[in-house]
Design a protein around this ligand. Structure first.
Ligand code: HEM
Length: 372
């Protein structure tokens, strides 16, 4: 099992911020997306794009950038168009599908594009800090949309500390100080999580941010799914894919695996397993490998650890419980309560398409030290 990613974290080492000139029409539309959406011009603008791009020479960071811009424009088209036909035009569909095949995840906006590849440092001479990052691509834009994504990015950036510390402890005969570092890092993640309401207002989130990140699976407005025009492999048949969600982040499932937190079968667990298909390939592979380690070898490793060490692990699990508790509160305040006061997009399933309140709560209750 190659565990290097646990030291690096899930934010890519290199983020491409602009595609080569052959993509200038796409880049232009992406940069004007907030205005185009406000003016309801998305259908016209998409129809003016070149029908298909050559992606053969793109590097991996460029492919990620291409996935990001096509995904944003694809979602802007789906949720900003006036006609009701659920078809993505060839100008988007053909290239988007080619990129997604290369990156081995579906042609839809996923967390890797929405958060992991979607930021830069405001002042590159300063160190990473929540206040020193800027979000590159928006749908409508504004501080609430930026902040929602910035909190995710900052959590991802911090998460390499906890993952790396747990890697040292469990896989490199590390010591108690690694566990102490892990606990400290989880507390920092919770401090970041607590900051969501500072600049992301629930009403704005529900009405202006969330509508654009829905997918086309288990979504009442796309009962049959969505046709990707001109994509031969799909044979003109509608496709169903899940929408963007933090459930496509690898952090929490990796923490569950490392800390020995397990979830009994339920629709959210099934959904979380499905979410792995939307993660970058190397994140998915590591997560699957860590899961098998957790189910087979972990118990023999923890058999011999001291009570003090076990106590720190339990403390860390309590912090993950605190994270899930805050998260459940956000699901209630940002989505559930908003849906009660507003029926404009009152589809009370998550953007990924789950009846989330019940199952997020179940996963919270299951975030407790294991019996082994
Ligand atoms: C206003 C803030 C947030 C809201 C309203 C929210 C909403 C949701 C919802 C509704 C789900 C259920 C699955 C779905 O249908 O998509 C979910 C899952 C999830 N979200 Fe969030 N989320 C928020 C912030 C975050 C942040 C900052 C993270 C950090 C990476 C995160 C990570 C997760 C994870 C890991 C899951 C899977 C559930 C689990 O393992 O317990 N979310 N979120």
């Amino acid at each position: 099992m190659n565990l290097d990613l646990l030291d690096k974290g899930f934010i890519p080492e290199e983020i491409c911020l602009k595609l080569p000139d052959t993509f200038s029409d796409i880049e232009k539309l992406a940069s004007e997306l907030p205005k185009v959406l406000a003016n309801e011009q998305i259908e016209k603008r998409v129809s003016q794009l070149e029908i298909e791009k050559n992606i053969d020479t793109l590097t991996t960071p460029q492919l990620e950038r291409a996935m990001l811009v096509y995904s944003y424009i694809g979602h802007a088209f789906m949720w900003g168009k006036k006609n009701e036909v659920n078809m993505i035009p060839a100008q988007l569909a053909k290239t988007w599908h080619k990129i997604s095949t290369k990156l081995e995840r579906p042609p839809i906006l996923s967390y890797a594009s929405y958060a992991l590849n979607n930021w830069k440092m405001l002042d590159s001479s300063e160190s990473f800090d929540l206040e020193n990052i800027v979000i590159e691509q928006n749908f409508l834009g504004g501080v609430d949309e930026d902040w929602f994504i910035m909190i995710h990015v900052a959590i991802e950036y911090e998460a390499k500390e906890i993952l790396s510390a747990l890697k040292k402890y469990f896989f490199e005969s590390g010591n108690q100080s690694n566990l102490e570092d892990a606990l400290k890092s989880m507390k920092k993640i919770n401090q970041l999580m607590n900051r969501m309401p500072e600049k992301c207002d629930p009403f704005i989130y529900y009405n202006r941010v969330r509508p654009y990140i829905f997918g086309w699976k288990n979504n009442p407005t796309t009962p049959e799914g969505v046709v990707y025009e001109g994509v031969e492999e799909y044979e003109n048949k509608p496709q169903i894919f899940r929408g963007e969600t933090g459930a496509q982040s690898s952090i929490v499932p990796m923490l569950d695996a490392l800390l020995g937190v397990t979830h009994s079968d339920d629709p959210l667990k099934e959904y979380l397993d499905e979410m792995r298909l939307y993660m970058p390939r190397e994140h998915r592979d590591l997560l699957n490998a860590l899961d098998s380690w957790s189910q087979t070898e972990r118990s023999s490793v923890v058999e011999s650890i001291s009570i003090e060490d076990q106590n720190i692990i339990d403390e860390t699990i309590k912090e993950v419980h605190i994270f899930r508790n805050k998260h459940l509160e956000y699901a209630r305040v940002y989505i559930y309560e908003q849906s009660l006061t507003n029926d404009s997009n009152s589809n009370i399933v998550g953007t990924g398409g789950t009846p989330f309140m019940k199952y997020l709560d179940k996963h919270l209750q299951e975030t407790v030290p294991s019996d082994d």
